[in-house]
Design a protein around this ligand. Structure first.
Ligand code: SAM
Length: 254
């Protein structure tokens, strides 16, 4: 990839945010693979969940040479203090030079609720001369919709993407305004989702998708407003208004 400033011959240290998609190595883009091979170091967040870093597993199954370049960053789930972001940013900067780009590889897309967003901010605070480029990845909810064969939005419908935790009132308000609601980090508010589905019986349909694009993938249509079993961190929900019979939530038929 070119990292020369147009016409001036200046060269910048280059840092990439690279999206790896939801888990299936077949859903990694050709551009992501090219950039990953070009990187000197690949930084990978590890939230400490069971089974290790998902992004690392995708890299392993893509190309056997990639894991050798990986540096894992333990990023605890929940709130991370500014000191940790700063020290990760410093570490990344120490490997960057105009001759050797580095990247941070994340599951899904880097600009959708990802740690890359925070890290990029910190890097740019420390060093304005570093050029940051993003290679987009297929977001989990787009892959989940494909798995379900479910339109996210069609015609004049609207789509809202949120991340939990949310209370029942917040969920309901978003559904008043939108036809489809995607809920990431769904595990944090399954009880609230159940309560909403029960109070709006017949007006909504909801699906849970866990570990989409991996061998452990699980799909569940939430019937009677009841979510059974345990659901892990990599679970999302898609809630659709019942478009044949919009009921009181539906507003005007478009
Ligand atoms: C911090 S967000 C990151 C989203 C990610 N950047 C993306 O583009 O999908 C993490 C949440 O995304 C959802 N998620 C990510 N990968 C998933 C997968 N393979 N299957 C189901 N949900 C997934 C889960 O709701 C999880 O709690």
């Amino acid at each position: 990839m070119e990292n020369e400033a147009l016409g001036r011959g200046e060269r910048y240290p280059l840092f990439y945010g690279i999206g790896l998609g939801p888990g299936d190595p077949g859903l990694v883009t050709l551009k992501a693979l090219t950039v990953l091979r070009e990187c000197r170091k690949i930084f990978v967040p590890d939230g400490g969940g069971p089974g290790g870093s998902r992004a690392f597993r995708i890299l392993e199954s893509l190309d056997a040479s990639l894991p050798r370049k990986v540096l894992l960053f333990p990023i605890p789930m929940g709130k991370v203090g500014p000191g940790l972001w700063r020290s990760m940013a410093r570490k990344i900067i120490s490997f960057l030079s105009p001759e050797s780009p580095c990247g941070m590889a994340v599951e899904g897309d880097p600009l959708l609720y990802g740690s890359f967003i925070r890290l990029r901010e910190e890097i740019q605070k420390l060093r304005e001369d570093i050029k940051v480029e993003v290679v987009s990845g297929i977001p989990s909810f787009v892959a989940a919709a494909a798995r379900l064969g479910l339109p996210l939005a069609s015609g004049r419908e609207s789509l809202c993407v949120l991340a939990g935790p949310l209370n029942i009132q917040q969920l309901e308000n978003h559904l008043l305004e939108n036809d489809t609601l995607v809920l990431l980090k769904a595990r944090t508010c399954l009880g609230e989702l159940e309560a909403l589905l029960r109070s709006r019986a017949g007006e909504l349909k909801a699906w849970l998708v866990e570990d989409c694009g991996t061998p452990h993938e699980r799909v569940h249509l939430v019937e009677d407003g009841r979510v059974s079993g345990e659901w892990g961190y990599f679970t999302l929900a898609i809630v659709r208004k019942n478009l044949q019979d919009r009921g009181t939530l539906g507003g005007e038929r478009r």
